[in-house]
Design a protein around this ligand. Structure first.
Ligand SMILES: Nc1ncnc2c1ncn2[C@@H]1O[C@H](COP(=O)(O)OP(=O)(O)OP(=O)(O)O)[C@@H](O)[C@H]1O
Ligand SMILES: Cc1cn([C@H]2C[C@H](O)[C@@H](COP(=O)(O)O)O2)c(=O)[nH]c1=O
Length: 217
């Protein structure tokens, strides 16, 4: 694959502000004249969104096996990469994605306890070396993020999905796994303190993005 565009991912636990800031990042890049494709995982294509629905469905008549969960995440990713991400990068677009494989290491690895080596095997098979150019990891204490999430659900009248129903220890493990990933890949993953007013978070995102724009030419 000859790849001309750039691949930026946003990561973090539930309620840290990924969706809010994804829209802002996409606008920031579009305002610089770049073609931006805004997408998310799991999902991003009709079939991958159908897999997302299976993954997030809180119905508990048939509990989802953890290995089945992992494989569904990567099945959705394979479809998304083939139909959306790779074609966009090949034509020179910038792809801005709400979650990617760092979420698998955090949720299925940290949260569910699947060995990182097993996740890495699937990562190699599905991604064939493709990695984000930049990952913005929005980090904040779990309890404060849960309060934000509750505020949003109250306003939307929304119900908690299968992951959002997990207990506090699960989210603490997810956060630890994300921070461990960032420590292993400090050049790619920028940890952004999300426990601040939105304007301050976005000022830091702007600094990080503009530094990359300059570096990448
Ligand atoms: N810096 C901030 N300060 C205060 N509130 C914020 C901030 N960032 C986002 N919010 C609010 O917190 C709530 C959660 O934000 P958002 O939906 O963007 O998070 P998310 O990480 O995408 O959540 P999820 O993981 O559930 O998809 C929203 O109501 C949003 O308006
Ligand atoms: C990519 C990915 C996602 N998940 C989980 C994490 C979230 O709870 C949901 C997606 O919903 P959100 O609106 O982005 O919060 O899916 C996962 O467990 N593993 C993954 O690889």
């Amino acid at each position: 694959m000859s790849r001309r565009g750039r691949f930026i991912t946003l990561e973090g636990g539930e309620g840290v502000g990924k969706s809010t800031n994804l829209a802002w990042v996409a606008d920031h890049l579009s305002a610089r004249g770049l073609e931006v494709v805004r997408t998310r995982e799991p999902g991003g294509t009709p079939r991958a969104e159908a897999i997302r629905s299976l993954l997030l469905d809180p119905a508990d008549e048939e509990p989802l096996d953890v290995d089945a969960e992992l494989l569904l995440v990567f099945a959705a990713r394979a479809q998304h990469l083939a139909r959306v991400v790779r074609p966009a990068l090949e034509r020179g677009a910038w792809v801005v994605c709400d979650r990617f494989t760092d979420a698998t290491f955090a949720y299925q690895g940290g949260g569910r306890g699947i060995a990182a080596a097993r996740i890495a095997e699937l990562e190699a098979f599905v991604q064939q070396g493709l990695q984000p150019d930049l990952t913005l990891l929005l980090d904040m204490p779990m309890a404060a993020a849960q309060r934000r999430l509750e505020g949003r659900l109250d306003r939307d009248g929304g119900a908690r999905d299968r992951f959002e129903r997990e207990r506090g220890a699960f989210f603490e493990a997810v956060r630890r796994a994300y921070l461990a990933r960032a420590a292993e890949a400090p050049r790619r993953i920028a940890v952004v303190d999300a426990d601040r007013p939105l304007a301050q978070v976005q000022a830091e995102l702007a600094r990080r993005l503009d530094a990359c724009l300059e570096r990448w030419g």
